[in-house]
Design a binder for this molecule. Sequence first.
Ligand code: NDP
Length: 465
Amino acid sequence: MAEHAYDFDLFVIGGGSGGVRAARLAAISGAKVGIAEEYRMGGTCVIRGCVPKKFMVYASRYGKDIKKAAGYGWTAENVSYDHGIFAAAMHAEVDRLSGIYFRNLKNAGVEIYEERAEFVDAHTLRLKGSGKTITAEKILIAVGGRPWRPSPEELPGVEHAITSNEVFHLEELPKHIVIAGGGYIAVEFAHVFAGLGVPTCLVYRGEEVLRGFDADVRTAVHEGLKDAGVRVITGVVFDRIDKRDDADLPLRITLSEGGHIDADVVLMAVGRRPNTEGLGCEAAGVALDGQGAVVVDEWSKTNVANIWAVGDVTDRVALTPVAIREGHAFAETEFYDKPWHFDHADIPTAVFTQPEVGTVGLSESDARKAHGAVDIYKTNFRPMKNALNGDTSRIMMKIVVRASDERVLGVHIVGDDAAEIIQAVGIAVKMGVTKPDFDRTCALHPSAAEELVTMRTKWVPEVTG
Ligand code: NDP
């Protein structure tokens, strides 16, 4: 048994996706590992992100599915939704998953501290609950991010709004919800609440939601929000939020262009920030960027030789599977003598709008900037399922191909099951698939996905005038 100069070989701050993966792997290698988590094991994804959000997405789809079933001969009468029943089931499942994370750490031999840890110096941490001080040879920062919102000076009355942290704990459905933002969280929850029958309004400062995504995806999602009955107001921000105690809709939002909207729930979904405030990074000498993100190299190493950081706190790509891969790479590099680092190119991602977005690789405009000439293959069709059910939504598919060698640079889908389809397409794109490879692949009929391998004609923009 090796003598430890420090209390731990590795101490991980934060029990989310990235931290838990790294802690478990390191402990299984025989290292002495500790982890501190101030809230609940599982992090944003399990406790107040991906997992409960996806349950809310599922819950919100059933209403439409039940109505649509009429086109297939089904009669469903007296259909109703009980938010209490759903919320209890959702929270029970989150509890179960959090428990599994906890037990997996314990079984791997990780010492768990259910309290906050802050740096004293590069090898020393203070545990805030017990006041205990511990030392570690290596430290991994995996504290994630948190919802950001403007200060009360910037937006008077912002304290009356909730964020994605609180949205899972609404005891009843809102009478009227207003959502600020046009990113992943804003558009996903707009569909969730609209699907649950809540009058929903989305206020976005830009012209079309999902900035950074392919332009055709943005248009399809923007139109999809309106089709779902969401009132979408663009080009404005909130000026102030006032509380009116005796009103049925007690929150009055004044918009920057002067009008107002009343609501009982206001959700700020205007971005997230790295969770480094009060972590003591200065005491350890760890460099942060202007947004408070820990600056790391491709090995997830900070400017301090014994400190690494993975996941949302590094503000690279804020997605759970990315944090897991970064944590995995760190642990195998440092504790298994198997050095590798995660390649952040071609990460498949989904936005769980209704219908959903699945995308991998470059948007058309990013591909043109990076590679010059590109060919575009595009289709927009009514899926077979919708022929009988009265659903007017369509599927948009787009392939972005480098003109010089027909390499596929990006694939973008908006439509039912886009997330499931894009995961498989992601394998091919990562392998360097070409458009002729798509063409050589036999279609699977009848499916929506078959259109991906039957698009033969390059899309040519319409010339008018
Ligand atoms: P995003 O960064 O995706 O979007 C923030 C939105 O808020 C943008 O529309 C932005 O507008 C707007 N905004 C920013 N500042 C202001 C302001 N001061 N006033 C008004 N509007 C403002 O953040 P989210 O919170 O939606 O999500 C955070 C991250 O979490 C995502 O980027 C993603 O990585 C991850 N996530 C992933 C999910 C998934 O995989 N399905 C689901 C949910 C989250 P503009 O476009 O003009 O900048």
